[in-house]
Design a binder for this molecule. Structure first.
Ligand code: NAP
Ligand code: GDD
Length: 344
């Protein structure tokens, strides 16, 4: 019996990963947080699948995580050949982490430890393969370009620092207890399901609202940051590949090309026949429609970060060679898919 447990199943990546694993006939267990509102819109289409099991839980609550693992152990008993645990739950917004640094450390750092300790305490250690959602934010103020598995880390936010703990505790449990633990160091990946406060989705959603006259302008922060943006579906498939190897290792997943936020804006608007021209600089910069002169893009310091990650560019040659991983959706197609979906 192939069984997987996904923390963060209601998130962008959790929803794609659940689809991939259900397609492969896994029993998929997902942890969802209690909320006063529905948070399950990304996985509602999977509800009728009898192999999907949803449990309430939170990475701040170690006893809850342990009881979920014990429930899995009791349900499958000796039929449990292997349990794949994908730790995707996190306070994942870099800017917000400056406002809730302690919470971010608790969930993104210590939450990883709680999960690893619960796996040990449940007695499932030898049957479990563990994936940790590590991030290119670890490279922060980059020490070399491009970044690969050997590039030194220099995180630039409470989020990055918390994820650094998550990274090393994962390595430590691999080395200390012989556990099958992998870090996926994933560069930015987006999709039609991306949260609305991340820059790519903010742009494509903003564009769609401007076109429908529901919003008159788009207010952004740093336009010159460079990111290595891919599609989440490709990256979630890579997570699964990492847990299918003979030996546990850490892998970078990236498209190996990068673009500025400014380029993303220009490309998205161009798809709807709006050519953006820029005037002014810094917080006074404005992007306007070349044809109509209508001012559409404005800058606000509100979206600047106390410390910025200026440039990320991955080198995923290890994953491409060892895992046979590849990108199906390139940058142009990513922007197109997101614009089309939001403008439907
Ligand atoms: P996301 O859309 O923000 O999803 C985060 C998930 O974590 C949601 O399901 C959220 O639940 C859950 N969560 C948050 N706090 C929790 C807590 N205290 N206990 C239990 N669950 C909690 O993030 P994503 O883009 O899918 O990313 C998945 C993971 O990969 C994250 O760990 C992120 O840091 C990491 N990562 C992402 C990228 C990227 O570009 N997307 C790149 C590198 C690494 P709610 O739905 O209730 O909020
Ligand atoms: N969110 C946001 N909103 N970012 C903006 C805005 C804005 O209005 N304007 C400019 N930016 C810039 C940010 O300053 C940053 O340089 C870049 O756009 C990307 O920001 P986000 O989309 O918020 O993503 P991120 O790169 O900070 O973090 C994402 O990728 C990481 C992997 O590198 C998240 O998914 C993290 O969880 C993930 O680890």
């Amino acid at each position: 019996m192939k069984v997987a447990l996904i923390t963060g199943i209601t998130g962008q990546d959790g929803s794609y990963l659940a689809e991939i694993l259900l397609e492969k006939n896994y029993d998929v267990w997902g942890i969802i947080r209690r909320s006063s509102n529905f948070t399950t819109s990304r996985i509602e289409h999977l509800y009728n699948n009898e192999s999907l099991f949803l449990k309430y839980g939170d990475l701040s609550d170690g006893s809850n995580i342990l009881s979920i693992l014990n429930e899995i152990k009791d349900k499958y008993k000796e039929n449990l050949e292997r349990l794949e645990v994908y730790n995707l739950a996190a306070m994942s917004h870099v800017k917000v982490s400056f406002e809730v640094p302690e919470y971010t450390g608790n969930i993104d750092g210590l939450g990883t430890l709680r999960l690893l300790e619960s796996i040990r305490a449940s007695g499932l250690k030898d049957k479990t393969r563990f994936y940790q959602a590590s991030t290119s934010e670890l490279y922060g103020k980059v020490q070399e370009v491009p970044q690969n598995e050997n590039t030194p880390f220099y995180p630039r936010s409470p989020y990055g620092v918390a994820k650094l703990y998550g990274y090393w505790i994962t390595v430590n449990y691999r080395e200390s207890y012989g556990m099958y633990c992998c870090n996926g160091i994933l560069f930015n990946h987006e999709s039609e399901r991306r949260g609305l406060t991340f820059v790519t989705r903010k742009i494509t959603k903003g564009l769609s609202k401007i076109l429908r006259n529901e919003q008159d302008k788009l207010v952004l922060g740093n336009l010159d940051a460079k990111r290595d943006w891919g599609h989440a579906k490709d990256f979630c498939y890579g997570m699964w590949l990492m847990l299918q190897q003979d030996e546990p290792e850490d892998f970078v997943l990236s498209t190996d090309e990068n673009h500025t936020v400014r380029e993303f804006v220009e490309k998205a608007f161009k798809l709807k026949n709006i050519e953006i021209i820029w005037k002014g600089s810094g917080i006074n910069e404005i992007g306007y429609d070349k044809n109509t002169n209508r001012e559409l893009i404005f800058i606000s310091e509100q979206y600047y970060r106390p410390a910025e990650v200026d440039l990320l560019l991955g080198d995923s040659s290890k994953a491409r060679e060892k895992l046979g991983w590849k990108i199906e959706c390139d940058f142009d197609n990513l922007v197109k898919k997101m614009v089309e979906e939001d403008c439907k």
